[in-house]
Structure formats: C-alpha cells, structure tokens
Design a protein around this ligand. Structure first.
Ligand SMILES: C[S@@+](CC[C@H](N)C(=O)[O-])C[C@H]1O[C@@H](n2cnc3c(N)ncnc32)[C@H](O)[C@@H]1O
Length: 267
C-alpha cells in the first residue's frame, strides 16, 4: 500500500486522536475506579489462570495499573501503549515492569517462525482496548506471533445492529478515539476467523453513572449535553434504542455496560 494512501492517512489520524484523547485523560484514568478496582483485576487473574512467573504482555497497558497488579503477583510484565502520557504514569506505577511506547497493531518484537520456536510471552492481555483498534485482525496476527494465549477484557455492544450503531455513535461522541465496539458474536467471529479457539467467555453487566462516565473522558459541556440528550431520547415511549438499558431518575442517568472476559488460544 502506498505511504500516502487514504487508508494510511486514516490510520495516522486515528492513532493521533488516541494519543491526544489519552494524553488529556491520563491523569484521571490513573485514579478512575473503573480501572483501579482490585476486585475486577482479581477476577481477571482468576479467569486467565495466571501463574506466578508467567511472562505477560499487557497490550495497551495505559497507566499500568493492571501491569503493576500482575507484577506484584510475581509475573514478569511487559506493557506497551501508544500514548506517551499514559506510559509516564505506568513507569511511576511499576518500576519492575518494562514499558514500551508502541502500536498494538505492530508489536515491537522480533520473532522467528518455525515449529520449534517458542513464544516470547505465556499470555497477552488487553483490557479496555479492543474498541480503539482500527484493524483487529492485524492485532490478532501480531499477538499470535508472540504468544499462544490471549485474554481480552472489554465492553460489547448490542447484538441488534441498529442499537449497536447508536451505542457506538454515543461512545464516539464521548471519546473521538473510539473506533468500534463489536457485539460479542461479531468479535468472536473475527477471533475465530484468525485461527483462535475461544476457550472461555464470561459476561457481566455493570451499572454506570452518566456523569462519572463522561468525566473520565474529559468531555466538554456542549458534547456532554448532546450525549445526555441522545440517551434521554433513546428511551422515549418505552424504547431502548441503544440497548443500554438507560434509566433516568431525578435527572440522573444510569445505564448498563456489558463487560466480558474472553480467553482464546492458538496452536
Ligand atoms: C481505556 S485505556 C485502558 C488502559 C489499560 N488497558 C487499563 O485497562 O487500565 C485504553 C488505552 O489503549 C491505548 N491504545 C489505543 N489504541 C492503541 C494502539 N493501537 N496501540 C497501543 N495502545 C493503544 C490508549 O493509549 C490507552 O492507554
């Protein structure tokens, strides 16, 4: 593909949006309970069956809260992220982890192919990142190059395409670096089409409070008002257009995010 092709330019713009968004949000993300919650990280560790001494690659590690948590359990952690401001916090959070500024779609590791070549990492984890990725297939190929096991924790959208579209529009209004949040069946199809076997899947519904959700993404008041109006409109006359089970009580908006944990392996 030519360097200046439309697709290439789109990719560069998208990555720059990510750096800009997370550059602004880094100081808030560092403390946001959504990411720092120890119970949630414990659940991930249990689900992933992470062993002491495992070599873990934390893809899109952000401020490194999860990397630091895993490191304390005795694993050897390498974290990569595309946003320097997020990595600056990560380095302060865990001096023992190795952090590298890199694009998840082009991992900075040299590997050799061949039947007997062992993989660099026992597992790759990626949390709250898949919905930012431009080309999930290239991410999956990169992961397979360095590990046989993949753990994803993220949020999914509705299985109903119209609801998923509106939900994604809202997510993009809130965070312009958001690419696309797939439904679980869509994502599973993509993962399996790349030769992975999905071994485990766990879904939980988490209640979210609109203002809290907005504040972590550093949203200006005009956009906040548009998102609020969209959500209120989505439940007029008993509808649920976003599939987010939106509720409005005394002016306070709440909704439900479907979070999932997925473990996949490849031979
Ligand atoms: C919502 S934060 C999650 C951070 C971390 N995984 C956690 O759960 O605490 C999303 C992170 O994905 C990173 N990111 C987005 N696209 C990326 C890409 N293509 N390569 C590497 N990192 C990326 C952002 O810079 C940001 O730090």
């Amino acid at each position: 593909m030519l360097h200046g092709s439309k697709a290439n330019v789109r990719k560069i713009v998208a990555k720059e949006k990510t750096r800009s968004q997370f550059g602004r949000a880094s100081s808030l993300m560092q403390y946001a309970p959504w990411f720092t919650d120890a119970g949630r990280m414990q659940r991930l560790v249990r689900f992933a069956e992470i062993q002491k001494d495992s070599r873990v690659l934390d893809i899109a590690c952000g401020t490194g809260v999860l990397s630091a948590y895993l490191c304390k359990l005795g694993t050897s952690v390498t974290g990569i992220d595309i946003t320097p401001a997020m990595l600056a916090y990560a380095k302060r959070n865990c001096a023992e982890c190795a952090f590298i500024c890199a694009d998840a779609e082009s991992l900075p590791f040299t590997t050799t192919s061949g039947k007997n070549s062992s993989k660099l990492f026992d597992l790759c984890i990626t949390r709250a990142c898949i919905h930012h990725i431009q080309n999930i297939k290239s991410l999956l190929r990169e992961i397979r190059r360095v590990s046989n096991v993949l753990i994803i924790e993220d949020t999914s959208s509705s299985e109903n395409p119209a609801e998923a579209r509106l939900h994604n529009l809202l997510e993009k209004m809130r965070d312009p670096s958001h690419n696309w949040m797939h439904s679980l069946s869509e994502l599973r199809r993509i993962i399996e089409s790349e030769g992975y076997t999905v071994e485990k899947l766990e879904v939980t519904e988490t209640n979210r409070e609109f203002e809290d959700w907005m504040s972590v993404a550093v949203v200006d008041s005009k956009t906040r008002a548009r998102c609020r109006a969209l959500l209120i409109d989505s439940i007029k006359r008993g509808r649920d257009d976003t599939g987010l089970n939106v509720k409005v009580k005394n002016g306070k908006i709440t909704f439900t995010h479907k979070r999932f944990l997925l473990k996949a392996s490849c031979a």
